[in-house]
Design a protein around this ligand. Structure first.
Ligand SMILES: [Zn+2]
Length: 465
């Protein structure tokens, strides 16, 4: 890496390509090519989504990419929120279409007309599904790999319930699932409730998981929405109750995207490159043979080690002929492989290997007789260390202020008292040139930083991506 992480925006732009995650040269703005290593990382995250949501009784589906204009326009708030950022398909060949089609910006309007056919009685509830697809949004702001894209790799779960209480219970379950995902990805976060003017278009309320990037700007990495009956009324998703009457279902959604990769890259990297949490790293252990003599013998041993380890871990043997070990170290550090295993002539004599941690660069000599259990322990330690360190860094960036100038200059999340009125909220945003990214989930006493009124609400103020 030529750029230091101190210069974060430049470092980020450079490292995602140098580490082999994406190729940004695709000739459409806001769309990039996933390279094999980056795609494997994304797929490992997707596999965990599949595992955890299936465990919580969701089923995977796949809905079409195109949504008819007639369905897209059924929920008023929703269409208002998205109409400026959808791509339209207007022609089939040279023939104008009778009904124009939208490339899904999210899938409510694709799914809910079909939900109204699937759901007839209380016996069909709850309905819990998810899909992992690409979505399209015509972003007009500056695009940034993983963070603000026009084609986005997207996860969305959608649920329908008989009662509002059951939908609330689902929100709690979604938060529980999110906590597990964040741990798996070693991501620190805070949960916030979105303001009325910032919630998802059509939602009753929205909850965001926010993390802080090294630049001090916040990144929303997951959103959980309570719709209640806002969409079911528009899409006529009714069910027959046990008492013979009808009611509309209550709905929730949960969305995440490739932003998670952006967060992992930004939060865990260093001057040498990215650092991947072992739980989702495409390669957990890279074997680098140190060949000073006995080339054939060392390579044979390295292959044997690979065979032994791949029963337990995701392993790669770097047996490239025309590169020095030093170059290989540099290369795998750049790509963030959590553990490097070195095997050379002296290690063979001593029946040992050398393990090097990517997070601390600590070098550990381990006997071959116990190296599998040692690697297991080290990978766990690296995972925990990454999360712990990131959590600490994030905590330091969240500070309480009662002076607007301090809020404006703070790099991170500023916590201020807010009476909750739109007028004061607008003033906070204008005077600090930042945004209220949400309010804490718990109440707390204080005074509004604008009008001085006593309040039990605080606001998180930051500059979001
Ligand atoms: Zn106020």
């Amino acid at each position: 890496m030529e750029v230091s992480k101190e210069n974060f925006p430049e470092w980020y732009n450079e490292v995602i390509e140098e580490a082999g995650l994406v190729d940004k040269r695709y000739p459409v703005k806001g769309m990039h090519v996933w390279l094999p290593y980056g795609w494997q990382l994304m797929r490992n995250i997707d596999e965990y989504f599949r595992y955890i949501f299936t465990k919580y009784n969701h089923q995977e589906v796949y809905f079409p990419l195109l949504v008819p204009e007639t369905e897209f326009k059924k929920e008023g708030e929703h269409i208002k929120g998205f109409e400026n950022e959808v791509y339209w398909v207007t022609h089939g060949g040279t023939t104008p279409l009778d009904v124009k089609l939208v490339l899904r910006p999210t899938s409510e309007t694709a799914m809910y007309p079909i939900f109204s056919l699937w759901i007839r009685t209380h016996a069909d509830l709850p309905l819990k599904i998810f899909q992992i697809v690409n979505i399209f949004r015509y972003e007009t702001k500056q695009t940034r790999a993983f963070i603000r894209m026009r084609e986005v790799h997207f996860f969305e779960s959608h649920t329908a319930h008989a009662t509002a209480e059951e939908a609330e219970e689902q929100i709690r379950e979604n938060i529980e699932i999110w906590k597990k995902i964040a741990k798996k990805l070693a991501l620190p976060y805070i949960l916030v409730r979105k303001t009325e003017w910032d919630k998802f278009p059509g939602a009753h309320y929205s909850i965001g998981a926010e993390t802080i990037m090294p630049s001090g700007r916040t990144l929303q990495v997951a959103t959980i929405h309570q719709y209640l009956q806002n969409f079911s009324r528009a899409y006529n998703i009714e069910y027959l109750k046990e008492d013979g009457t009808h009611d509309y279902v209550h709905q929730t959604t949960f969305g995440m995207s490739e932003r998670l990769v952006g967060a992992i890259v930004g939060i865990h990297g260093d001057d040498r490159g990215i650092i991947l949490p072992p739980e989702i790293a495409p390669i957990q252990v890279v074997i680098v043979p140190i060949i000073t003599k006995d080339k054939e013998k060392i390579l044979r041993e390295a292959k044997k080690i690979k065979e032994e380890l791949q029963e337990h871990f995701r392993v790669h043997l770097d047996d490239r002929d025309n590169y020095t070990p030093g170059y290989k170290f540099y290369d795998w550090e750049l790509r963030g492989v959590p553990l490097r295993l070195e095997i050379g002539p002296r290690d063979m004599e001593n029946e040992q290997v050398i393990l090097v941690r990517r997070d601390t660069f600590e070098k550990i000599a381990v006997k071959r007789s116990e190296y599998i259990s040692k690697i297991e322990v080290l990978l766990k330690e690296i995972q925990e260390n990454l999360l712990h360190k990131a959590e600490e860094e994030m905590r330091e960036k969240i500070k309480e202020f009662d002076d607007l100038e301090d809020v404006k200059n703070h790099k991170g999340i500023a916590v201020v008292g807010w009476c909750g009125s739109y007028e004061c909220g607008e003033k906070i945003e204008k005077l600090t040139e930042k945004k209220i990214i949400g309010i804490p989930m718990e109440k707390r006493k204080g005074r509004c930083i604008i009008c001085g009124k006593e309040t039990d609400m605080m606001a998180y103020v930051a500059k979001p991506y």
